[in-house]
Design a protein around this ligand. Structure first.
Ligand SMILES: [Zn+2]
Length: 438
């Protein structure tokens, strides 16, 4: 409810598109402001960088080498930069049950009335506090609530957008830091996969990225393709990111796209981004631990980025894109691309208004949850249909699916779901159950 009101307010202020795309990014005005004085949780400043060797000047990632990252901390920066107050669930006051007459008590039957029975509904109990959905609004407002039969529940692909795209950046390269202001100015959530043995990780830009709603993911400590210690090397990177930036790491990108990380990722993450270029479809059998990715060639043109956007819009799919860096910073970024060619491609995607541009963790959570939900066989009793699910391991909290029905009432716990007039109900995945009744 809060989120809907908030979104409506934003829509009024900025128009539906600006709202859709910029809703989660913090104002671009304070872009590269150093987090002066704010020590990240657990961080002791520069001295705390584990095993920081000299900046590795280049990662010769073979063309097929990167993997997906972790859940974007897009819901709120750790320092509370988000002006929104913590969500508060206000439950209606419980109505005192009508007391039946006590035995022996003389009551006056009023014209045949029997004492009111206790309420049929279960008592209201304080459930888990679920934060509002952080998904950007999809589609136009003004869609009437379905009024037909309580049937035909379906999950909207890509949160109601036509397609999805995630832009990712690997290797903690200096040129990403140097161009952070231009990246942030795009007004879309991005994913940065940090290689944590580089001095560039000490840049205040990464904490700013967290505050701005971007995702920090795991690209391991030392970027090995194979080896007996790659699991520990992965964990070292996770520990660094979590302690220094105060975020939970939900996704990783395998160095050089090495499939040796598939098994490692399955016990630690929601997603591991690989490097084979394919599109990902709703409910398909794409391996979440070797997620496909497009790596543009050196000096790729805007037309090449645009072509990927056209393809996902034509097929209703999700594309991840991996850029290592940009020329000019002498950081040895693999296959660098011109910053202006790249940003023009992102703006092309944004300009349609029907492409969900978000972090790997946000889109991946939706994609994996949709597949989980779709595989559930609901139970039906007394006209009420109930879905119950168990989320995949390492699933981020506070995620939602958008659904619609022919009609009826959708409930989670004691609350009936509110219709969003963009054309959907939002189902909290944390609650694990959903009912549809007439
Ligand atoms: Zn890499």
């Amino acid at each position: 409810m809060r989120s809907i009101l908030r979104l409506v307010a934003l829509s009024l202020a900025f128009g539906p598109f600006a709202c859709a795309v910029d809703e989660r990014s913090v104002d671009t005005g304070n872009v590269v402001e150093p987090y002066g004085g704010d020590s990240p949780p657990g961080g002791n400043g520069m001295a705390s960088l584990p095993n920081a060797p000299a900046p590795s000047s280049s990662n010769d990632e073979s063309p097929n080498n990167e993997s997906p990252g972790n859940p974007s901390p897009s819901n709120g920066s750790p320092d509370g930069n988000n002006s929104e107050a913590p969500p508060v669930v206000q439950l209606p006051p419980a109505e005192p049950p009508a007391l039946p007459a006590e035995p022996g008590e003389v009551t006056e039957p009023e014209s045949g009335e029997v004492p009111a029975p206790p309420p049929e509904e279960p008592p209201v109990v304080a459930g888990p506090v679920v934060p509002p959905s952080d998904l950007p609004p999809a589609g136009d407002a003004g869609v009437p609530e379905p009024a037909g039969a309580a049937a035909n529940l379906r999950v909207l692909d890509w949160a109601g957008f036509e397609a999805a795209i995630s832009y990712t950046f690997d290797d903690s390269n200096q040129s990403q830091i140097d161009h952070y202001a231009e990246l942030q100015a795009l007004g879309v959530p991005l994913t940065f996969y940090l290689q944590t043995n580089k001095q560039q990780n000490m840049s205040p830009v990464w904490m700013q990225a967290v505050r701005d709603g971007h995702e920090l993911g795991n690209h391991t400590q030392s970027h090995q393709s194979t080896g007996a210690n790659i699991g520990a090397d992965t964990d070292t990177a996770t520990n660094f990111i979590q302690s220094r930036f105060g975020v939970t790491v939900y996704t990783m990108a395998a160095p050089n796209g090495s499939t040796a990380y598939s098994a490692i990722a399955q016990t630690r993450f929601l997603i591991n981004r690989g490097v084979n270029d394919q599109r990902i479809a709703p409910n398909d059998n794409t391996d979440p631990f070797n997620l496909p990715c497009f790596i543009p060639p050196t000096n790729a043109s805007t037309a090449m980025f645009n072509a990927k956007v056209d393809a996902i819009r034509n097929t209703g799919t999700w594309q991840t894109v991996l850029v290592h860096g940009f020329p000019g910073s002498n950081d040895g970024a693999f296959q660098p691309v011109d910053i202006n060619q790249f940003t023009a491609g992102v703006r092309y995607a944004k300009g349609f208004g029907d492409v969900w541009i978000d972090t790997v963790v946000s889109v991946a959570a939706y994609w994996r949850a949709q597949k989980t939900f779709t595989s559930v066989t609901p139970a039906t009793a007394n006209g009420v249909t109930t879905w119950s699910w168990r989320l995949p391991d390492h699933f981020p909290p506070g995620q939602y699916l958008r659904v619609t029905v022919d009609g009826g009432t959708l409930r989670q716990g004691d609350a009936s779901l509110a219709w969003d007039d963009h054309g959907y109900y939002e189902v909290s995945l944390d609650l694990g159950t959903l009912t549809l009744s007439p």
